[in-house]
Design a protein around this ligand. Structure first.
Ligand code: DGT
Ligand code: CA
Ligand code: CA
Ligand code: ZN
Length: 577
């Protein structure tokens, strides 16, 4: 059992105890243990062997013993017994926005609601609204949440799909019959949300590869299986397709199954113009010049008169014209990043301390890390007031004095944009910081005009260095609030405000579809992980994928600048006339 599975088990145990109505301290103990393990950097096996599990901060003696048992046996009977006491469909309810264990327990005990279907019933007949602590508004919100969930069924966040995609890719690659392998489809194009995974394998032994694939331990169900094409269901319901081809056909299959469909249509059209036909197996001459030899995707693009088009750009949004004119941008890469802004610590709602976050950034090879904890109005996230913010600034200065020339912390804040567009701190407080990220965290229900004016007013303040998560969307769960994005981009350009590309798995915004416009207007991007723990910093890699999808180069991403140059960029807006 790996750490992630154990964290899930502990968390689910906490929820089950809460459902059962157990003592809140016991519930907390499991939830805290899950949180603690998630961010604990050590090795579980070692700690279990050495009997030091109880020394992990946040893990008590009783739970440490349970964990040791789970690690030794691979089973958690306590969890299994708790789980067996409830109908399996009850757990669907946790996926609805606005429902937690407390409410679910009331619904189950008082109205016998055992799943989403039953919930729909009691929302419709008024019984839910009549329960104390629920009401008509809750019922209406739940009806919305159910509709949302239905419309997202079968879609997965990139980060979630990535764990399964990379595990399967690595294990398929080890198979002796596998000559080449790729995960194609929307995953290779780095869409923020993935429908299914598309594996493409080149082999001389299709049966062996297909048999290995459908028998893999991660496979929970086989939807279809044949020598050249199989489909399976992975944990969480994610589907994975496997296409098995010969080495000669691999570049064509890879290209076809990478898509997008719209890009494929463009490719086929260009082939036809040359008197050729293109499909997932070959490029063949029908009425034109002989087809040049093609060993990899690059050769295929060259044959069609195009520079190589990176998978992220294959959406038929201008890549053909640019590839023909040799004007495709050189896309930003993870290795170009030198630092990052918008990170939280235990001072607000983060799970690691300032020191731990700095250490993790240094280990990643970054030269600077910007801290931006929440401001006072975000009280539910323990936002900092002026005094605590000043204290954090001093702690940062002390730490900086201890680092050599190669690393620096920048003191910032994620300052709430209040409903009228004013900021949560006065200008003097903000001016004392190295930089300011301004974000909307409340009152999402304004009209588009009012929300647009609110954000533009905020970024017109010279102290605001960058704009956080522009539309407040949470992919697959919360719609963006209405806001005129082109108008905000114009205002960011006019005021010299950087726009954040927030790489929280559910945010991934400013959306990649808008970056070409922002770039054209001269707005610069900061790729921000919005990390709430040391592991959150790893998300920078996903943010890079989205930045590439937005046609961004290192020149447009401020956090590609070296430490010696970034300070001037952060200060630029303040020193404008
Ligand atoms: P997804 O899975 O919904 O996130 O998106 P994709 O792009 O991975 O789509 P998927 O899995 O249905 O198919 C993989 C690729 O196969 C797709 O990007 C392009 C290609 N493809 C599938 N169906 C068609 C089609 O009807 N026409 C063309 N030209 N290509 C197709
Ligand atoms: Ca797919
Ligand atoms: Ca597919
Ligand atoms: Zn935020």
């Amino acid at each position: 059992m790996d750490k992630e599975q154990l964290v899930d088990l502990l968390e689910e145990t906490g929820r089950l105890l809460e459902l059962k109505g157990e003592n809140p301290f016991k519930v907390r103990a499991y939830l805290n243990a899950a949180r603690a393990l998630e961010t604990w950097p050590g090795g579980l096996e070692t700690a279990a062997r050495e009997g030091t599990l109880a020394e992990i901060p946040g893990i008590g003696k009783a739970i440490a013993e349970k964990i040791a048992g789970v690690l030794a046996s691979g089973e958690f009977p306590y969890h299994a017994a708790l789980k067996a006491a409830f109908p399996a469909t009850l757990f669907e309810l946790f996926e609805l926005q606005g429902l937690g264990a407390k409410k679910i327990r009331v619904l189950y005990e008082q109205l016998g609601v055992s799943g989403i279907e039953a919930l729909e019933g009691v929302c419709a007949d008024g019984r839910l609204a009549a329960l104390p602590g629920f009401g008509a508004k809750t019922a209406a919100n739940l009806v919305d949440a159910i509709a949302q969930r239905r419309s997202h069924a079968g879609r997965f966040l990139y980060e979630k799909a990535a764990v399964l995609a990379e595990t399967l890719r690595a294990e398929l690659r080890e198979h002796p019959a596998v000559a080449q392998i790729a995960v194609a489809g929307s995953y290779r194009r780095h869409k923020e949300v993935i429908g299914d995974l598309d594996f493409v394998v080149a082999t001389a032994d299709p049966e062996a590869v297909s048999a290995f694939f459908i028998a893999h331990p991660l496979v929970e169900g086989v939807i279809a299986s044949g020598a050249t094409k199989s489909s399976v269901r992975l944990p969480g319901g994610l589907q994975a397709d496997l296409r098995v081809v010969s080495n000669e056909a691999f570049p064509f299959a890879l290209n076809y199954f990478t898509g997008s469909k719209e890009h494929n249509i463009g490719m086929r059209h260009r082939a036809l113009q040359r008197g050729w036909t293109l499909n997932e197996y070959r490029l063949a001459n029908t009425s034109g010049e002989p087809v040049p030899p093609i060993h990899e995707e690059k050769d295929l693009y060259r044959a069609l008169g195009l520079d190589y088009i990176e998978p992220e750009l294959r959406e038929n949004l201008g890549e053909f014209a640019a590839a023909e004119a040799h004007t495709l941008p050189r896309l930003v890469e993870l290795a170009n990043l030198r630092g990052t802004f918008h990170n939280h610590t235990t001072a607000s709602d983060g799970r690691n301390t300032l020191e731990e976050m700095a250490e993790a950034a240094r280990e990643l090879g970054l030269a600077y890390l910007g801290i931006a904890d929440h401001s006072k109005s975000s009280f539910q996230a323990h936002g900092l007031d002026e005094k605590r913010l000043a204290g954090q600034g001093e702690a940062i200065r002390r730490l900086n004095a201890g680092y050599g020339a190669g690393f620096r912390l920048f003191a910032g804040v994620e300052c709430d944009i209040l409903p009228d567009g004013s900021l949560d701190f006065d200008d003097e407080t903000l001016a004392g910081l190295d930089y300011v990220v301004a974000s909307v965290h409340s009152v999402f229900n304004l009209s588009e005009a009012a929300m647009t004016a609110r954000i533009i007013r905020a970024i017109s303040n010279r102290q605001v260095t960058m704009l956080g998560h522009l539309t407040g969307r949470l992919l697959l769960s919360r719609k963006p609030y209405p806001v005129d994005i082109p108008a905000v981009i114009e205002a960011a350009a006019a005021t010299g405000t950087i726009i954040e590309l927030n790489c929280s798995a559910q945010r991934m915004e400013l959306d990649w579809r808008w970056w070409p416009l922002a770039k054209e207007k001269g707005v610069r991007c900061s790729i921000n992980p919005d990390a709430h723990s040391v592991t959150g910093l790893q998300r920078l890699a996903h943010g890079i994928g989205i930045a590439r999808k937005g046609w961004l180069t290192r020149g447009e991403v401020v956090n590609c600048l070296p430490l010696e140059e970034i300070g001037a960029v952060l200060a630029a807006k303040r020193s404008r006339a």
